[in-house]
Design a protein around this ligand. Structure first.
Ligand code: CIR
Length: 253
């Protein structure tokens, strides 16, 4: 169970966020509204939410998930592979230090964005993406092992972050699409296959027995409900315009 979450309000500069989507620019006021609703949903799942103020220096800084990995034993501040995002971690370090006695760090030339990391119990899958490199993954695995956890790398080529295409829902259930459907290491899970036209919804998030899923993806919502979960639809359309998903908007621990 999670008890806490950290979020950061979107900044006006989010319109300059990195994107590969062709969905137009985010509407700032609507992004703020959607963010407030997202926070309300996290609270309704029993989380105490720390809301950080917007940081105009970093267009993508609302996607806090990428700047740190929160484990039961330590927090690990990452070193984002995207240059425009690298210094987001400076602001994140003192925040995570309020919650953890042990704060580790990924060091250059290693890069990690924690959107590439999926937790399954005490094991952490680490996607090797354009943002997370082998050296970063090796450092991450060494840190995890030092604190009694484990990690392994996953090769990938189709999506931005590992969790863009995968969402572990606990209870051995794994939402997956595209290249992840056939990967050897995931065959041990009950794979819930996300339809290609709903790929964005693979990034759904288990929070204390409920599953947050992006609004507007009915097949995936049904998949989640048929697996026995209460699905809560959350509208994050403004964030989709800059490649952001549900999980990226919070650190849950
Ligand atoms: C980026 O490209 O870094 C942002 N525009 C989106 C980050 C999404 N984060 C995530 O999937 N964990």
């Amino acid at each position: 169970m999670f008890t806490k979450a950290i979020v950061k309000k979107p900044c006006k500069a989010i319109v300059s966020g990195i994107t590969s989507a062709d969905l137009g620019l985010p509407d700032y006021n609507n992004a703020l509204k959607q963010h407030a609703n997202y926070v309300a949903v996290l609270k309704s799942c029993g989380l105490e939410v720390t809301e950080l103020e917007a940081d105009e220096r970093f267009p993508d800084s609302t996607f806090v998930e990428d700047a740190a990995l929160m484990t039961p034993h330590c927090a690990i501040v990452t070193n984002p592979g995207a240059l425009s995002r690298r210094d987001e971690t400076e602001a994140m370090r003192p925040v995570v230090a309020e919650f953890y006695d042990i704060v580790e760090s990924i060091q250059a030339p290693g890069t990690v964005e924690a959107g590439d990391i999926m937790m399954v119990g005490s094991h952490y899958y680490i996607g090797l993406s354009e943002r997370t490199n082998q050296q970063g993954a090796d450092q991450m695995i060494a840190i995890l092992e030092k604190h009694g956890m484990s990690g392994s790398v996953v090769t990938m080529s189709e999506v931005l972050h590992l969790k863009t295409g995968l969402g572990y829902l606990e209870g051995n259930n794994l939402l997956a699409c595209g290249e992840f459907l056939t990967k050897e290491e995931f065959q041990q899970y009950n794979i819930l296959e996300v339809a290609p036209e709903e790929a964005y919804a693979a990034n759904s998030v288990w929070v204390n027995g409920k599953v947050l899923t992006p609004k507007g993806f009915p097949k995936t919502k049904a998949l989640i409900e048929n697996a026995g979960y209460e699905a809560i639809e959350v509208d994050v359309s403004e964030y989709q315009k800059v490649d952001g998903g549900l999980s990226c908007l919070s650190l849950r621990f």
